[in-house]
Design a protein around this ligand. Sequence first.
Ligand code: WQD
Length: 341
Amino acid sequence: MKILVTGGTGYIGSHTVVELQQQDYEVIIIDNLSNSRAEIANQIAKITGIKPTLEVFDLTDKQKTKAFFKKHHDLSGVIHFAASKAVGESVEKPLMYYANNLGSLINVLEGMIENDIQNFVFSSSCTVYGQPDVLPVSEEAPIKPAESPYGNTKQIAEEILKDTIKVSNVKAIALRYFNPIGAHESAEIGELPQGVPNNLVPYITQTAKGIRDFLRVWGDDYNTPDGTAVRDYIHVVDLAKAHVVAIRRMLENKMKNDFEVFNLGTGTGYSVLDVIKAFERVTGTKLNYKVMERREGDIEKVWADPTYSNTELGWKAEKGLDVMMDSAWKWELRYRKNLMK
Ligand code: WQD
């Protein structure tokens, strides 16, 4: 079974390629390397023994994408990660986000339809829920107006999928991620933030490494137990495994509808200070941080109701916060040797 993974040299994409290969799927990656590196394919091979085929081009290029799908018309399915994902950048450059994230999605779907490739797994996000009215948040929760163009591209993408499956043989599963963190236990792959990290955990590990002077904690005046914002952090390997479960569900014709949505979270919310304390506990280091004002656009608290994913998809997150933090730290300590030459 040959699976296309777009964005497969990226953070979640590379971890998913590892899990696919370890389940004996043949993997082809398309990536434009705008936010990742070609040598990640070698790092994947160090884990699995198999170097995935990597085709480097931009999926907004309609002709190249069309030619790719014609050549690989025997694909069994597509897992689509390729997208720009920096919330702040999307506010500054909305047209780039709409053109890139939606343009590439449309080209991939057209390529699939032209070659009767039917199975599509989409990288969505809990950001579609905004600040939910009810917690934990289930798949039935209302979609709220997006807080950023990035979040809006996820919402629009799901609408595009709903319309496309009605007029084609494409079936789609949208996986709504909560907060993916951590790295593969081998420390051969992990998060590779370009420049100053926006996200909490890479900023923590870079601070502990001495690359950043201190962590800024964005607000401690939220209506939460310790005042800092709460998120549902999920180990990236647990998340990756869910993609293999989803593609297998499609290949085994177990879908109940042609468009399905699953929340991928642990069901447990942790505050920023909880994450810091877990990091200090597992690494034995003291983290230098300062509490600052809230960050524009942040929501207060969100965590998943994972019941539907657990029962219907047959997937459950297994790794706890300590493992997430320990793996993130081991990756930080290792990767600058491997990849920052
Ligand atoms: C987590 C918590 C911050 C950095 C976003 C997107 C989501 C996905 C993941 C792309 C918040 C706090 C953070 C820092 C801090 N993006 N924080 N100091 O904002 O929940 O989710 O990134 O796939 O779609 O919305 O993640 O890691 O940025 O923040 O205090 O230096 O950590 O305020 O409470 P977020 P995050």
